[in-house]
Write a protein that binds this ligand. Structure first.
Ligand SMILES: [Zn+2]
Length: 305
């Protein structure tokens, strides 16, 4: 008995270094942009390698896929996308890549809001977006819980052996998201109600506004592709003066000059850089989704309190 046990141990000892050296083959996931890549990495842990097509501080709206992107998509085991029309360039890339990987839409199941909800319709200037949903659903933490559940299910399907790991990691991360929601609500509640109005470059905070009760105005449309015209700018400046909007913000992915002009002409102050559609690099203030949401909260509180 003892000898048999010893033999088992010896065999195990012989196998273990081999197993460790060979390593497990990791699942290769490709996400379309940096925020999504972070969510996949949080749920996937060390079982998954994640690459992002659109990198940190980069704008996904007007992205032109690089030659290497088709290869990355072709080699992926899983492609995770936001959906809701955010990645207009994606379909062609998927087709060009010839990938057989499942394409997972992380926003599936969320309650969308229309793209134009935060616009003033009485000025009669649509942005040609019609009834399209606002794609920036990750700006509500509640929606990101749904993203995480979808990512968990997709990873479990692609790699059923480790489904329990993905489930445990998703549950732990969802708890962190719950804590973040509480921080945001408490942080914004400390801002006087009349001060909870801000101006951003493009309409990327519609879900944030709806979830947490800040009012956002934007001179640019829902996509960074559309330029704000002089009429839009004049309207915003009038509105800032009339409503005494305390601060304007420049998003990390946007050209700061428009907001600087608006601030100069309206007397509003320019707040810290906001992260709307992309994380910062690893040494910036927003290298993960959790840190991004905290950096934005801090920017709002500093400018509005
Ligand atoms: Zn955007």
């Amino acid at each position: 008995m003892r000898r048999a046990l010893l033999r088992v141990l010896v065999v195990l000892a012989a196998l273990m270094p081999f197993g460790a050296a060979a390593g497990e083959v990791k699942l290769k996931a490709v996400a379309t942009f940096s925020i999504l890549a972070d969510l996949v990495a949080q749920v996937g842990g060390d079982r998954v390698t994640v690459t992002s097509l659109v990198g940190p501080d980069a704008d996904a709206h007007g992205y032109s896929p690089a030659p290497g992107d088709a290869r990355r998509v072709a080699e992926a085991d899983l492609v995770v996308v936001n959906g809701l029309g955010f990645e207009g360039w994606l379909e062609r890339l998927i087709r060009a890549s010839g990938t057989k990987a499942p394409i997972v839409t992380a926003s599936t199941g969320i309650k969308t809001i229309p793209a134009s909800e935060d616009h003033d319709h009485d000025h009669g200037h649509g942005h040609g977006e019609g009834d399209h949903p606002d794609p920036h659903a990750w700006q509500s933490v509640a929606n990101v819980k749904t993203y995480v559940a979808n990512i968990r299910d997709a990873l479990a399907k692609a790699d059923p052996d480790h489904a329990a790991d993905y489930s445990a990691r998703a549950a732990a991360y969802t708890e962190k998201l719950g804590a973040l929601e509480g921080e945001i609500r408490a942080g914004l509640a400390a801002i006087p109600e009349g001060q909870r109005r801000i101006i951003t470059t493009h309409d990327s905070f519609g879900y944030y506004a709806a979830a947490y009760g800040l009012r956002f105005l934007a001179p640019q449309g829902i996509s960074t592709n559309s330029e704000a015209g002089p009429k839009d700018v004049a309207r915003i400046i009038r509105q800032i003066r009339r409503d005494k909007v305390p601060a304007v913000f420049v998003e990390s992915i946007a050209d700061p000059r428009l907001m600087q002009q608006i601030a100069r002409e309206s007397g509003a102050k320019v707040g810290a850089r906001l992260f709307s559609d992309a994380l910062s690099g690893p040494n910036g203030p927003a290298p993960t989704y959790l840190e991004m949401m905290r950096a934005n909260l801090k920017a709002f509180r500093e400018a509005l309190s």
